[in-house]
Design a protein around this ligand. Structure first.
Ligand code: ZN
Length: 187
């Protein structure tokens, strides 16, 4: 018995991933909405976006931005919920938007078959924090490990959706993401 507690402690420390620390909808103060499950789960893609707006550097500020973004997407755009499956700010904690397995409203050609992941901020010429970048890479890996992405999934960005003309996720962020494993220009 005296060996059990240290072993449990070690396993907890080493199992921590961004998937274990998602800021849930109730934690950031989400509105209650009605969401649609993807026809095929898990999805085969992961799509990067930026908000092209302000970045956030504290949990309180990122909570507020999630609420603002959700209000804007529902009340101004007329969407069912915030458009993205997940968001992330400079602290590096992943925020639950529509979450796993739900159809997003983030990219017409990709929404039904991918998770949309949005960085707060305008990343045309400035990168997100290194914490947000590394956390996103780890989030992709742990999502796949949990079966929320297919084993052979692809990674791409909003501008790679041939059905839209957009600079999202910004040149600076695109230039980094396009070097990551599994990046595909035309998925
Ligand atoms: Zn986008």
């Amino acid at each position: 018995m005296k060996f059990l507690i240290p072993l449990l402690f070690i396993s907890v420390v080493y199992s921590q991933t961004p998937c274990d620390n998602i800021r849930t909808r109730s934690q950031w103060g989400s509105r209650s909405t009605s969401l649609t499950w993807m026809a095929v789960r898990p999805p085969s893609g992961f799509v990067i976006h930026h908000t092209a707006g302000a970045r956030c550097t504290t949990q309180a500020a990122c909570d507020g931005q999630m609420r603002n973004l959700q209000n804007f997407h529902i009340d101004s755009n007329g969407w069912a919920d915030v458009g993205y499956n997940f968001c992330i700010g400079d602290p590096g904690q992943v925020y639950e938007g529509r979450g796993y397995g739900r159809v997003g409203a983030h990219s017409p050609g990709f929404s039904a078959r991918s998770l949309g992941h949005c960085f707060f901020g305008n990343h045309m010429s400035v990168l997100p924090s290194s914490a947000a970048l590394s956390s996103t890479q780890a989030f992709i890996d742990c999502s796949r490990a949990r079966g929320e992405l297919t084993a052979s999934h692809w990674l791409s960005t909003h501008r790679n959706d041939g059905s839209v003309a957009t600079t999202c996720p910004g040149d600076a962020l695109f230039n980094v993401v396009s070097t990551w494993p599994r990046f595909v220009g035309n998925p």
